[in-house]
Design a protein around this ligand. Structure first.
Ligand SMILES: [Mn+2]
Length: 377
């Protein structure tokens, strides 16, 4: 029995996933729990395509918001469904809570958790300590699908998850696959995070994340179904030419309108701190979910040489901050800065990666946080 903790490299991780998937047979019932963001939705799509070919039916999908968000209700639904396998993608759930099922949990966020025999916890961070070398879940599932069915032309779907996760430079091979498979749709010479976000993949990323922003879990499901419908044809997806992608297109138009509002409003209400080039912006009221991180991504694209700090709408006692930098323009490690602040303000929560972090703190601490942040830049 191979022990997950002993993984040494990506090839071994892929082999382990392969060994697990080999147990899936025609007619098996499978459930997928997945993160509702773009990396999670594209991972669920690729896994659904793989499982359809193995079992002759699509798996049941259960998008969830974040780590350990497994509700009693969802657990009961899973038990009633009585699946042969449960696979969890891009989000960590304690394997003990899924102990009655067979399958695995595949995540790449910072976590350290024990596997169970029948429910393995697999995370590339076990062998890869450098954040920028940790691959997104969509990349791992793409490679897994390609092992079984190399003829599937789904590189463009993996590329969306990779774009969201800021791992374009690490996963260039997938974009080379897109060029080869869809030369007339995508033909960019220079491939890096910034150029990809400005390409058609910027729009595809917004389409995929618009699901959860407009309709939460149901929206995420529409997005996954749309991607499956259009799996060999990104043009069909982006133009909304299938039943579900048509709906996704409406979601997208909705968040695009929101984007234009933000870009207009920041000129009036944004605080541009000139000496350190920090832009602080308080998000306005909106019916859209995850607006804080969306606004910070959009402002980063618009003002690439500024550090972007978006203050979310307050939810009672706490506020949420989304901080972003364009790595190719500012060589700053946001995780390092937040860790320094945490030493002085131990009650603040949050983290992320070098160029994108989320922080939650008490409203009363906001000014002190911003002051320290400015000092550490
Ligand atoms: Mn992810």
């Amino acid at each position: 029995m191979k022990w997950v903790k002993n993984l040494n490299n990506f090839t071994e991780l892929l082999n382990l996933l392969k060994d697990e998937i080999k147990n899936v047979q025609s007619g098996n019932k499978v459930c997928i729990i997945h993160h509702d963001d773009a990396d999670g939705c594209t991972s669920a799509t690729l896994m659904s395509i793989l499982l359809f070919r193995l079992t002759n039916q699509f798996p049941e999908l259960f998008p969830i918001r974040g780590p350990n968000n497994l509700s009693k209700n969802l657990l009961m639904k899973l038990k009633t469904f009585n699946p042969d396998f449960v696979f969890t993608l891009d989000v960590t759930i304690d394997p003990k809570r899924l102990g009655v099922f067979n399958g695995f949990i595949l995540d790449h966020h910072v976590q350290s958790i024990q596997s169970k025999n029948n429910m393995k916890y697999i995370n590339p961070r076990d062998f890869e300590k450098k954040d920028e070398y940790v691959p997104p879940t969509s990349y791992m599932i793409y490679k897994l699908l390609k092992v079984f069915f190399p003829e599937e032309r789904v590189s463009w779907i993996a590329a969306i998850g990779i774009t969201e996760d800021h791992r374009v430079d690490l996963c260039k091979d997938v974009f080379e696959d897109v060029k080869r498979e869809f030369g007339s749709f995508f033909h960019l010479k220079e491939i890096n995070q910034k150029s990809i976000e400005n390409s058609v993949f910027g729009e595809l990323w917004d389409m995929v994340r618009s699901g959860r922003m407009i309709k939460r879990m149901n929206g995420a499901l529409v997005v996954v179904n749309a991607l499956i419908e259009c799996k060999n044809d990104p043009g069909k997806f982006i133009n909304g030419l299938s039943t579900n992608s048509y709906v996704v297109r409406r979601f997208y138009e909705n968040i695009e309108r929101e984007n234009r509002k933000i870009l207009d409003d920041v000129k009036i209400n944004g605080k541009f701190i000139q000496d350190k080039k920090i832009l602080v912006y308080e998000a306005k009221h909106s019916n859209i979910n995850s607006i804080t991180s969306f606004a910070s991504d959009k402002l980063r694209q618009k003002y690439p040489d500024w550090i972007i700090c978006v203050i979310g709408r307050d939810k009672g006692f706490n506020v949420k901050l989304s901080i972003r930098i364009e790595q190719s323009m500012r060589n700053i490690d946001l995780v390092e800065i937040v860790n320094k602040i945490k030493k002085e303000m131990p009650t603040i929560k949050g983290g992320g990666h070098k160029s994108a972090i989320g922080v939650t703190l008490a409203k009363n601490d906001l000014n002190r946080f911003l002051e320290l942040f400015r000092g550490f830049v």
